[in-house]
Design a protein around this ligand. Structure first.
Ligand code: RFL
Ligand code: PHB
Length: 391
């Protein structure tokens, strides 16, 4: 087997990269350890930055996103029982907040790629990037049927998420990892109910953070801050609703519409950056190189930004025979990644109740929130980061 770019992982990063490369006339093959049904059914992110919506449109893949996605003009910040609308659209000169679930993006990208005749090998095992120091790297893997294959390529894109093998393939001596683990997690639920509010609510409460998001006219996505080691069994539906009602309550009357909870999960929150993101002919993109806590809605968007930058560099390599953009890939990505790390850490710190912080720090976060909603400059800073810094 031979291709120009071998892609490990069919998450948002790997799939979008294969589409961007196709637009440039560059051949790629994806190997993915999970099944198609599994990647299309995993519930994760919800918010797309405006530039990503535009890229999906340019690729001709936006029809379902426009039909089924939700396009909000802003977000709501809630604290001390009061809500404040941040008019993102006005603050950013017309950019919207698009709510369209990650697994729906995945479905659209997979369907289109397969319809174009693109190669995606699902349910592979024993995946190993090889020869990354040489000009002839390859990916070794075992197919679903158990056949050992070698995919020869010019470049390998490590789009294999946080737990994949690609980051480890960069020698530890030239890799620096930065990490922060937060002492809290998010319990997320999917609920059969109509929307209770016209946009996302990020709520700071003495009992902990909560987030109200949406999926459709009939399905809502809600999160409550919880200890990261909590057991799902300790979170009965009644307890989830009771916490949500309390944390999202306002001084003025408002109703949170309940419904059947049909999915529940707990994730721990972490910040992580791996420097460098490239070694020889291996390029890391997305969660394989960095993680942000979800409070800034940045993870999927960062993964997409990496592969846009990588596709431009590969395009320059094949069309103009220059490696300059490839050589500066890591540096270009990391400049923007660190700013998204800062924003995600800032939103997380300001909005959560941290059991390790003093009451002084908790009051500082309330002062920060009060400043944000009453200062044009502070609102603008949140808005321009929330919609995504320029690429
Ligand atoms: P993914 O999505 O993890 O995909 C990696 C793929 O690689 C496969 N893989 C392998 N394949 C072959 N061989 C191996 N050895 C392999 N090992 C792994 C995996 O099966 C998988 O299919 O990484 P990618 O593409 O970098 O995408 C990153 C995003 O998925 C992630 O950052 C976001 O979901 C984060 N995130 C959010 N991001 C946003 O931009 N906006 C949001 O609103 C948002 N909300 C969230 C989030 C993440 C959350 N969780 C679950 C942590 C909300 C939550 C609750
Ligand atoms: C979601 O809808 O899942 C979502 C929205 C905003 C975030 C994180 C997750 O910041």
């Amino acid at each position: 087997m031979r291709t120009q770019v071998g892609i490990i992982g069919a998450g948002p990063a790997g799939l979008l990269l294969s589409h961007l490369l196709r637009r440039s006339g560059i051949d790629s093959v994806i190997v993915e350890s999970r099944s198609r049904a599994d990647i299309e059914g995993t519930i994760r992110a919800g918010v797309l930055e405006q530039w990503l919506v535009d890229v999906i449109d340019e690729l001709g893949l936006g029809a379902r996103m426009h039909a089924e996605g939700h396009f909000h003009t802003g977000i709501t910040l809630q604290f001390s029982g009061e809500r404040h609308h941040l008019d993102i659209e006005e603050l950013t000169g017309g950019k919207k907040v698009t709510v369209y679930a990650q697994h729906e993006v995945i479905k659209d990208l997979v369907t289109a790629r397969l319809a174009q005749g693109g190669a995606i090998h699902f349910e592979v095992t024993d995946v190993a990037p090889q020869g990354i120091d040489s000009a002839r790297p390859s990916i070794r893997f075992r197919t679903k049927e158990g056949v050992l294959e070698t995919l020869d390529c010019d470049f390998i894109a490590g789009c294999d998420g946080f737990h994949g093998p690609c980051r480890q393939a960069i020698p530890a001596a030239i890799r620096t990892e930065y990490q922060k683990i937060y002492p809290f997690g998010w319990l997320g639920v999917l609920v059969e109910a109509p929307p209770s509010w016209h946009e996302l609510i990020y709520a700071n409460h003495d009992k902990g953070f909560s987030l109200l998001s949406t999926r459709s006219e009939t399905v809502q996505r809600l999160y409550v801050q919880c200890p990261p080691q909590d057991d799902l069994a300790d979170w009965s539906d009644d307890r989830v609703w009771s916490e949500l009602h309390e944390r999202l309550a306002t001084k003025t009357p408002w109703t949170l519409t309940e419904g059947k909870i049909f999915q529940k999960n707990i994730v721990g929150l972490r910040s992580f950056v791996c420097e460098t993101m490239q070694h020889g002919r291996l390029f890391l993109a997305g969660d394989s190189a960095h993680i942000v806590p979800p409070t800034g809605a940045k993870g999927l968007n960062l993964a997409a930004a990496d592969v846009l930058i990588l596709s431009r560099a590969l395009d320059a390599f094949y069309k103009s025979d220059t490696s300059d953009l490839l050589n500066s890939y890591s540096q270009t990505c990391l400049k923007r990644i660190w700013k998204a790390e800062r924003f995600s850490w800032y939103m997380t710190t300001m909005l959560h109740k941290n059991p390790d912080e003093s009451s002084f720090e908790q009051r500082i976060h309330l002062a920060d929130l009060d400043y944000v909603v009453h200062s044009h400059a502070a609102c603008l800073a949140i808005a321009e980061n929330y919609v995504g810094l320029p690429l």
